[in-house]
Design a protein around this ligand. Sequence first.
Ligand code: NAP
Length: 275
Amino acid sequence: MQTTDVTVIGLGLMGHALARALLAGGRTVTVWNRTPGKADDLAGAQRAATPEEAVTASELVVVCVSDFAAVADRLGKAVTLVNLSSGTSQSARDTARWAPDGLDGAIMAAPGGIGTADATIVYSGDRAAFDRHEATFALLGGAVYLGEDHALAALHEMAVVSLMWNLLNGFLHGTALLRAAGVGAAGYVPLAAKGVETVTGWLAAYADQVDAGDFPPLDATLDVHVAAMDHLIEESRHLGVATELPEFLRSLTSGIDGSQGYAALVERFGRPPGR
Ligand SMILES: NC(=O)c1ccc[n+]([C@@H]2O[C@H](COP(=O)([O-])OP(=O)(O)OC[C@H]3O[C@@H](n4cnc5c(N)ncnc54)[C@H](OP(=O)(O)O)[C@@H]3O)[C@@H](O)[C@H]2O)c1
């Protein structure tokens, strides 16, 4: 095996996009994938026969697989291990015990965005490793270093996927209301996008309230939101659309002082230690 700049382990949809962007950026790349053949269209990539061989070809080893635990014990010789596979913060801490000089990362993009400004990848762990390889990470998209605690990247990925699924379920419930009334979803998209933009504008002030543990109403009280939730439940029932989602949202508000702002709901999801 020749020595290369980067090794990529895992050539699924995402790993393949990572390897392609690294090659396009002029890096020499070694790849390994469990199922052979996935490197066939990666011209210039050196193929390793085993993960062990792949790990010794480069100082920087990027792993992107859907089952990190299945390959973890074959990566022990990596000098700088960067795990971009999704996982929990506890799993990132476990990996840091045997790879303290590496990084855990989380990809906030779809494969098509890799290598463009649309992609952001967050990293946490060894600062020196991030600094040493930042120019290579920049080939994959925006590279953001979150801190020395290896858990931070996975933690932020979990926070983002929580946002994503809640947002998408709200969108899909909205389309179900329209569909039940014989209205197509396409016309709803500009309004939905405007709604997302409006809510985006609220996030910084809500975050300040969450950090402070104090929730004065900014524009509407929780009571006003609850009245609108009741309308949504009634509308759903009337149209024969499932009411679980709005009923669940309504149930989250019970027992919370309705004169506060919406961010007071965070208390339903848990309180920070000591508060
Ligand atoms: N796709 C996205 O939009 C996206 C976005 C952000 C983060 N991610 C994360 O990126 C990671 C990979 O996702 P993906 O979209 O590339 O998934 P994918 O297309 O399903 O590919 C999965 C990859 O993992 C490998 N793999 C699975 N189990 C394995 C095992 N037991 N031993 C060795 N290799 C194994 C597969 O190898 P084979 O080819 O042999 O099956 C393949 O290379 C996941 O953690 C995912 O959450 C993906």
